[in-house]
Design a protein around this ligand. Sequence first.
Ligand SMILES: [Zn+2]
Length: 364
Amino acid sequence: MVSGDISIHVENNNHYSDLVIMLEGVTTVSMQHEVGVKLQSTQTFLRLSQKTRIDSPGIFPFTFVIPSALPTESCSHVVSDPLVRYAHTALPPSLGGKTPCATESNKTDTLTPNAVQIRYCIKATLQACQQDHEPVLSTIREIYVIPTLSSERPPPAFTPARSDSDKPSQLALEKHKSPMKAQIVRNIFRRKEGRLVSEVLQAGPLTMHLHRQRPTEATIPLRLRYYSDSGVHPRLHNLTISIRASTFFGLSPSPDISYQNQSQQSSVYTKSLHIATQDMSNTTWEATPCLTETDPQIEMKYEALVPVSFSLSPDRPFVPTFHSCVVGRSYELEVRVYYQVGRETIFPRRITTTLPLVITMSNR
Ligand SMILES: [Zn+2]
C-alpha cells in the first residue's frame, strides 16, 4: 500500500476542478543503433489513478494498493509459452539509478546498465477550470518498489539457462542439468596427468530468499573428482564464490524468456560480484581404486566433497529475479576452485562451476 498527501498551495484563489493522482510504472530501454542513432522504447506497465473534484487549496490524501500481478493487458504481444505471459505479468522491481539512501558506494545499483530503467512514481495533475489562462499544474515523486514473495502469486518456476549459442534457451526448470566441468590436467611436459571434474550437487537452480534487514546464508555441496594418471591428487588452495547478474533488455517485447532471438534489438549486460573466498587447504581427498576398464591409464580416482558456504548481505544491490516484457534479470552462482598439480610452482590453476540462482525478496 502506498499512501500520502498532495498539498496544494495557490496564491490566487482560482477555481480548480479535477485533481488526478496516478501511480505509474514505466520501463525505459535505450539502445544505440549501429549507425549511431539512439533508439528508445517506453512501456507503461502499471497505471492506477484516482480523481478528486476540488474547489479550494488544501491537503488531499491518496492511497494505492500495488497489485502482486500486473493487469493482463500489460502483456498483449505474442508469447512462445503461457509461462512467459505469467512471468511478464509479475510486478518488476525498480531498476537503475540509485537505491534510496544511497550513501555508500555498494548501495548504488551497479548491476544495471544505464540503458535500462524501471521506475515507479506518483504523479499529481491539477486541471485548471480556465484552461485558456492557467497551465496544468503537476508534480511527480519517484517511489522505490521491490516485490516480495506472495503466496497468491508464486514466482514462475523457471530460469533461463544462459547459453552463448544461437539455440533458444531452455524454458523448463526440470530440464536443467547439474552443471559440471571437466578439465584435463597436464604437467609442464604437456603430458596428461589426469582429469578433474567439478560438480555442484544441486538439482535445479538454487533459490535464495533475501531479507531486507539481515544476511541470508546458504550452503551448497561441491563435489570434486580427480581421475589420476600419475597416482597423485591435486592440492587444493581455495575457492571463490561470485554472483553473475545478467540484465536482458530489448526495444520490443520478447516472446520468450531468453530475450536472445531479437538480434540487434536486444542485448544483455552481465556483471559479476565477488561474494566470498573459502580456504580449501584442509580438504581431504578420498581415494578409490578406479574400476573403469575403458581407460586403462587411470590409476586412481580421488573424490572430495566440499560444503561451499556464503551469505548475501542486504547491502548488496540485488533485486528479485524477474522477466518482464522488455527487461529481465537473472543470476548465476560461480564457484571457482584454485588448485595445483604435482610439484608445479607456477600460479594455481582453476576450474569454474556455475549454478543458476533465483533470488526472491522476503519482507519478514
Ligand atoms: Zn510481455
